[in-house]
Design a protein around this ligand. Structure first.
Ligand SMILES: Nc1ncnc2c1ncn2[C@@H]1O[C@H](COP(=O)(O)OP(=O)(O)O)[C@@H](O)[C@H]1O
Ligand SMILES: N[C@@H](CCOP(=O)(O)O)C(=O)O
Length: 310
C-alpha cells in the first residue's frame, strides 16, 4: 500500500559533483568532488512549485520535466510513498554540461531527498545505498558519475547485462579510499559540451591492444589513487575515449597536454570540457594564472563524501 506523505514534511539533500573516467576508467571510474548542489523538497497540499538558483537557473525547465523533479518522483515511487504536491528549491553550484556530472548530481540529489522524506515517515521505507546506486545509475545512465555522488570518495562501478543490450541492467559500485596526498584541481572552460555529442564520437570497436592498454592503466589507477599516488601519471593514460573526443575539445586537449608536460597527471573530466588534474602538491601558480587568462575557472576541490540528507 502506498503511504501518503503529510503536508509540510521537508527534506534537504547536499550532493557533490563528480569527475568520471579519471583517464582510463571509461564508464567505470569516478570521483566525488567538493562542489555541491542543494535541494530542498517540501510536501505541499497540491501542485508543483519549483525555484532554481545559481548554475543553470536560466536554462533548465521550471516545471515537471525538471530533472530533479523527475528524480524526486522516481524516488517517491520506489520507496512506495505519495505526495499530493511538492515545493522544490534547487541551489546549484555545479556547472552544467562541463564534465562535472551535473546531471548525475541532480538525479542523486532528487532521489536522496525523496528517500529522506520516505524515511521520515517510516524507517522501513528507506532505500538502501545499493538501491540508490541502482536507481541513480539506471535513471541517469552514467554509473561512474552517479555512484560517486552516492558513495563519495573514488568509485569503481560495474553492471550486469540481463538479456538484450538495450534491456534492463543491474548496476553496482564500490568505494575506494583516496590517498590523503591526492589533490584534485579542475580547469573549467566557459564553453559547454554535450555528453551525448562527445559519446557519439566514440567508435563501436577499438583495437585489442588499446583495450589491453586501458585494462592495465585502469588497474594501475586504482593502485595510484589509493596507495601509490606517484604512479598517477602512467595511471591516467587512456586510449579508449580521449583521443576520439579530442577534435571536439581542442582547448581541453591542449590543457591536458600542457599540464602533463609539466609533470602533473591530467585527464578530460567525464566527457569534457573540464580538465581534471591529480597531483600530490599544489599546481604551479603560473600554470593556473595562464589558464585563468584564457577565461578558464581553476578550482582545487576536496575529494568529497557522498550525498548527505537531513
Ligand atoms: N541541477 C540540475 N537541474 C536540472 N537539470 C540539470 C541539472 N544538472 C544538469 N541538468 C541537465 O543535464 C544537462 C547536462 O548534462 P550532461 O550533458 O550530461 O553534462 P554534465 O557533464 O554536466 O552532467 C543540462 O543541460 C540539464 O539539462
Ligand atoms: N563515462 C561518461 C561520463 C560522462 O560524464 P559527464 O560528467 O561528462 O556527464 C562518458 O565519458 O561519456
Amino acid at each position: 500500500m502506498t503511504a501518503t506523505l503529510p503536508t509540510g514534511l521537508s527534506a534537504r539533500a547536499r550532493v557533490p559533483a563528480s569527475s568520471a573516467n579519471l583517464g582510463p576508467g571509461f564508464d567505470c571510474l569516478g570521483m566525488a568532488l567538493g562542489l555541491y548542489d542543494e535541494i530542498v523538497v517540501t510536501v505541499a497540499a497540491s501542485g508543483l512549485d519549483i525555484r532554481v538558483e545559481g548554475e543553470g537557473a536560466d536554462d533548465v525547465p521550471w516545471g515537471p520535466s525538471h530533472l530533479v523533479v523527475r528524480a524526486i518522483e522516481r524516488g517517491l515511487e520506489s520507496a512506495g510513498v505519495w505526495a499530493d504536491g511538492l515545493s522544490v528549491v534547487c541551489r546549484n553550484s555545479i556547472p552544467h554540461s562541463r564534465g562535472l556530472g551535473s546531471s548525475a548530481s541532480a538525479v542523486v540529489g532528487g532521489l536522496a531527498a525523496a528517500n529522506a522524506l520516505a524515511a521520515k515517515v517510516s524507517a522501513d521505507l528507506e532505500l538502501s545505498t545499493a538501491q540508490m546506486v541502482q536507481l541513480a545509475s539506471e535513471f541517469e545512465g552514467h554509473p561512474d558519475n552517479a555512484s560517486a555522488s552516492v558513495l563519495g570518495g573514488a568509485v569503481v562501478s560495474w553492471s550486469q547485462e540481463a538479456g538484450p543490450p538495450e534491456g534492463p541492467r543491474t548496476f553496482a559500485a564500490t568505494r575506494l579510499e583516496v590517498h590523503p596526498d591526492v589533490r584534485a584541481t579542475v580547469f573549467i572552460p566557459r564553453e559547454r559540451s554535450s555528453t551525448v555529442h562527445t559519446r557519439g564520437l566514440l567508435p563501436e570497436l577499438v583495437p585489442h591492444r588499446d583495450a589491453a592498454f586501458n585494462a592495465g592503466r585502469t588497474g594501475l589507477a586504482v593502485v595510484a589513487l589509493t596507495s601509490h599516488p606517484e604512479l598517477l601519471m602512467a595511471a591516467t593514460e587512456d586510449r579508449l575515449h580521449q583521443p576520439y573526443r579530442a577534435s571536439a575539445l581542442p582547448l581541453t586537449t591542449r590543457w591536458v597536454r600542457s599540464i602533463r608536460s609539466r609533470g602533473y597527471a591530467a585527464t578530460v573530466s567525464g566527457a569534457g570540457p573540464t580538465v581534471l588534474a591529480l597531483s600530490t602538491e599544489p599546481l604551479p601558480h603560473d600554470l593556473i594564472e595562464s589558464a585563468r587568462d584564457e577565461g578558464i575557472t581553476v578550482l582545487e576541490l576536496d575529494v568529497a563524501e557522498g550525498v548527505v540528507v537531513d
